[in-house]
Ligand binder design. Structure first.
Ligand code: EPZ
Length: 423
């Protein structure tokens, strides 16, 4: 098992290149099931999660191939025939986004048996919105023995779907399903996350008719068939946010390449309030850490363009060293504070009150052995390790490898003392 070791206290400098977005590439790969032609995805990140999803897609009959090396490298998904419509528990339980194959399977093959994904470390994460939405489109759905068994004899039909609250995954799945339904589907309260826009653009390149991308109202008029496409995946705003916070937390001055400020949503103003400078310079963003300690800044997680739940933990890392008390409120997932106990091991002063973490900044974190508990929690431990005096050793780094491409190489390229050890 690998561990990440960090000797903290070095300010980050230079350039860090931002990879393709994990949370865009996963639904984009799933979209490859909608067509019998090849979908080419460029600029894809190399992550454990894309490998896991590739296994699921292959099980269903898709050919998934990686190509190239360096910029522009990518992968293709070619599903000339959906030879199987069953996504088994053994595969779906490894990664929640695998459940999203339900939409394309039902739209293209008119049947699907997909294992329920189950809960995970950050919360219970039900799928009721997906199922109600597909039922509104005419699907017959039964949940039996841990599986969703769905059929849509004669095909899915356009419908009005009013989502009671914003769900990224439900928006992806219902939008994909609607591209091949008969008639027009209106989704209200749709997610506007950049990854949803990215998937929508790719579907349109495949011939889908979608209006309202990036707004709360999506209108999708079904077509008989989708073609292949050649699509470049958007850059990872969550990776960019985590690196921006790492630069700030080490009082560094560095550039993130390939990213525009607007995709950071509410992170950018929050970082400015905390005393950081963010400047767009062409396709790069320059991040300069605060002079002295950061200023304690409150944040509340919300759907995009609000403060991203995936950046809540990394932001807490910065706040651990801030001057004053910051209140960090998590409203998207009910159990997304698993990093708190580990940050406390590094000397942070944090107490939990319901959905809010109260972080009293300390002058100096101290290195310690810590354990990664989930993907974004592990990024926080890296940030805290970079801030801390002495050595931090992070175990269970497979969580990091799920969503951050070569994180130790990228950070050591910016001057950090960080390396991987196999123990
Ligand atoms: C996506 O998860 C992301 N995953 C998450 O990133 C991200 O945290 C989340 O969106 C919110 O931005 C991927 O893109 C692969 P949701 P998703 O449906 O789609 C509840 C990471 O670390 N809900 O928007 O699963 C749900 O429980 C991951 O990269 C229902 O109640 O999130 C949550 O409380 C973690 N019923 C809220 O909605 C449903 O049917 C929002 O979840 C669906 C969702």
């Amino acid at each position: 098992m690998d561990e990440i070791v960090i000797e903290g206290g070095v300010a980050l400098t230079g350039e860090i290149a931002i990879s393709g977005s994990k949370n865009a590439v996963l639904p984009l790969m799933v979209a490859g099931l909608l067509s019998d032609e090849k979908l080419i995805l460029r600029g894809t990140p190399r992550l454990a999660d894309t490998q896991t999803l590739a296994r699921v897609l292959r099980e269903l009959g898709a050919e998934v191939e990686e190509f190239g090396q360096g910029p522009g490298e990518g992968l293709s998904v070619h599903t000339s025939d959906l030879s199987c419509t069953r996504a088994p528990y053994e595969l779906v339980s490894k990664m929640r986004a695998s459940f999203w194959v339900l939409g394309p399977l039902l739209a293209r093959a008119q049947e699907a048996q997909v294992s329920l994904p189950g809960g995970c470390a950050i919360g219970t994460r039900p799928v009721d919105l997906y199922l109600k939405g597909l039922e509104a489109m005419g699907a017959q759905i039964e949940v039996e023995n841990g599986y969703v068994n769905a059929t849509a004899k004669g095909g899915l039909k356009g419908a009005r779907i009013d989502l009671p609250f914003v769900s990224v995954g439900a928006t992806h799945v219902l939008m994909m399903a609607a591209t091949l339904a008969k008639g027009t589907t209106l989704i209200t309260n749709a997610a506007t996350e950049p990854e949803v826009v990215d998937v929508g653009k790719c579907l349109m390149a495949m011939g889908a008719k979608i209006e309202g991308l990036g707004t709360r109202n999506l209108s999708i008029t079904g077509v008989d068939k989708l073609s292949g496409a050649d699509h470049t995946v958007s850059r990872d705003r969550i990776e960019a946010g985590a690196f921006a916070l790492a630069i700030a937390a080490t009082h560094g001055d560095a550039h993130l390449t390939g990213i525009q400020e607007d995709v950071l949503g509410a992170l950018a103003p929050a970082m400015r309030l905390a005393g950081c400078q963010l400047t767009q310079e062409g396709d790069a963003m320059r991040i300069v850490g605060p002079k002295g300690r950061a200023i304690a800044t409150p944040v509340t997680t919300e759907p995009y363009p609000g403060f991203a739940t995936d950046l809540q933990a990394p932001f807490m890392g910065l706040m651990c060293g801030a001057d004053g008390v910051s209140r960090i409120r998590e409203t998207i997932f009910e159990n997304r504070f698993m990093h708190v106990q580990e940050l406390v091991r590094l000397g942070a002063d944090i107490t939990l009150e319901g959905d809010t973490a109260i972080v009293t900044g300390v002058e100096q974190l101290q290195g310690a052995p810590v354990m990664a508990t989930d993907l974004r929690a592990s990024a926080t431990l890296v940030i805290a390790g970079l801030m801390a005096k002495g050595q931090t050793r992070i175990s269970r780094v497979y969580h990091l490898d799920r969503g951050y491409e070569r994180i130790e190489e990228k950070l050591s390229g910016a001057g950090a003392n960080i390396w991987r050890e196999t123990v």
